[in-house]
Design a protein around this ligand. Structure first.
Ligand code: HEM
Length: 482
């Protein structure tokens, strides 16, 4: 499929449009940095990268399929063309490995879990872990997700209308979902200590340390890690103890144990070799699921609430749908919440929690007619692709209807990639989408919410894409709870 074809013939994909049309279309244009008129020079690039990498993108990135350049010592290609993306992430994925900075920043401390492993080690883990995230298993997690939503509702009902930081609250609720689905019998007697240690752990490992930028290997201790070393050790040991207890119990009950992610991981067998995951792999993957599934999903619900607060029409639609569908059976509930899901799909188009992924070319290749040298850094930014003038009508406008019915089916699978694409696509995408849909609908059903007066919302990229300074909102219980 050529680009020319896409522009002219692919439904749902449009030739460049002028955003002034937004006013006539009556669509809301949420806050986002205006692209730089020209690519930034090195010094400004470095200072902007430090402040907010989202502000580095230039106009041409949103208009051209492939743009070269950026860093002085590395060949960089910024690739936003669906066929080239398919080539890198799927067809010739063997030639493109995760680069070391991305691995260090996104998965530091996660050992060789799914997110950071490569080659055969990754392949064997992915085969073994895939059934844990199968559709049926995820549907069975719906009651646990609704339970976490109910706990949030209870908290907010008692709140009495004071402003709350919705970003922090969503972080709490998504952690609650992970706790209920990974360790269904909870953290035990040290629960509060473990939760506190977990939050320090992920706040610490998720930060870019100056040593990361210098390229020092993870074995060199980072100052930021040294400061909280005992907390990190406490958390890791606590996880290992929970795993060991569960393993013993599984032996005693001959596998007839809780249906949670930990049990499934311990029981999982590689369909090709019949082998189980090693102790270290179970440990790394538990940490990986918490790290990869926590802030990402929290940001998804946070941005969805913000966008709903700005759009009375969609607010009404989601609320009516939630009132109607959440009365019915839990089985299939998330699938019935189609408008809610469309809002979520649109929220992570405009504000993809993982705003960019990168790979390094292991050998020479060609992408969209451009030669690729060995060692070239390939950057694919869902943030840019999702707002690209070549592929979207009114790319900067909030319009969930693009994710309804026929329009949704016509979106190219390599033009909308909030969960990545190809062989390393997110294993938890169905889990995250079901969770976000159920939690958002529960909130819309029970509460009115508005951004706190005087607060200006602005997207900031810090490992994940979040509202700078959180999202203070006034939350009011609806007068007649359904
Ligand atoms: C809205 C929420 C989420 C978003 C936006 C998201 C996004 C992503 C993206 C973009 C990737 C691919 C990275 C790359 O190609 O370099 C990825 C991979 C991954 N995600 Fe997610 N994720 C989300 C939720 C989750 C959840 C809930 C879990 C687990 C419970 C999870 C576990 C993983 C794992 C294990 C990988 C690595 C897969 C592999 O390499 O085989 N994610 N995610």
């Amino acid at each position: 499929m050529t680009l020319a074809l896409q522009r002219g013939e692919e439904p749902g994909i449009a030739a460049p449009r002028d955003d002034t049309r937004l006013a006539t279309a009556g669509l809301y244009r949420p806050p986002a940095p205006s692209p730089q008129p020209r690519k930034l020079g090195l010094l400004r690039l470095l200072s902007t990268l430090k402040r907010n990498p989202l502000e580095c993108w230039a106009q041409e990135h949103f208009e051209k399929p492939v743009v070269a350049g950026g860093l002085p010592l590395t060949n960089v290609l910024l690739v936003h063309e669906p066929n080239a993306i398919r080539h890198v992430l799927l067809d010739n994925a063997g030639n493109y490995q995760k680069d070391t900075i991305q691995r260090r920043v996104l998965s530091a401390g996660l050992g060789d879990g799914l997110l950071s492993a490569e080659s055969e080690r990754w392949r064997a883990q992915r085969r073994t872990v895939a059934p844990v995230f199968a559709r049926k298993t995820i549907m069975d997690f719906a009651p646990a997700m609704l339970g976490a939503g109910d706990a949030l509702t209870e908290r907010w009902r008692r709140n009495g209308g004071a402003p709350v930081d919705v970003a922090a609250e969503m972080s709490r609720v998504t952690l609650d979902v992970l706790e209920r689905t990974i360790f269904s019998d909870g953290f035990g007697r040290d629960a509060e200590d473990i939760r506190a240690a977990m939050s320090t752990y992920f706040n610490t490992i998720g930060k870019i340390d100056p040593l990361d930028l210098l390229g020092l290997p993870p074995s060199v201790p980072r100052l930021s890690h040294l400061r909280v070393r005992s907390t990190l050790r406490f958390f890791e040991t606590a996880i290992d103890e929970i795993i060991a207890t569960r393993r013993q119990r599984a032996r005693a009950t001959a596998g007839d144990d809780a249906d949670d992610i930990l049990t499934l991981l311990l029981a999982a067998l590689d369909p090709e070799t019949g082998e189980r995951l090693s102790e270290a792999e179970v440990h790394s993957n538990i940490l990986t699921f918490i790290a990869a599934g926590h802030e990402t999903t929290a940001n998804t619900i946070t941005w969805s609430m913000f966008l709903l607060s700005q759009s009375p029409e969609w607010r009404r639609r989601v609320e009516a749908e939630a009132q109607r569908e959440m009365r019915g059976p839990v089985a299939g509930m998330a699938e019935r919440l189609v408008d809610t899901r469309a809002v979520i799909d649109e929220a992570i188009r405009l504000y993809p929690p993982i705003a960019a992924v990168s790979r390094v070319a292991m050998g020479e290749d060609e992408l969209a007619g451009q030669p690729v040298k060995r060692g070239t850094l390939i950057v694919i930014a869902p943030y840019v692709l999702h707002r690209h003038q070549l592929y979207w009508r009114n790319p900067n406008a909030f319009d969930p209807s693009r994710f309804l019915g026929k329009a949704k089916n016509e979106i190219d699978r390599f033009v909308y990639i909030p969960f990545g694409a190809g062989i390393r696509t997110c294993i938890g995408s169905a889990f995250a989408l079901q969770e976000a849909t159920l939690i958002l609908a529960g909130i819309a059903k029970n509460f009115d919410f508005q951004v706190a007066p005087g607060h200006a919302v602005w997207p900031l990229l810090r490992v994940t894409l979040r509202p700078a300074g959180g999202l203070p909102m006034t939350i009011r219980r609806k007068t007649a709870d359904a």
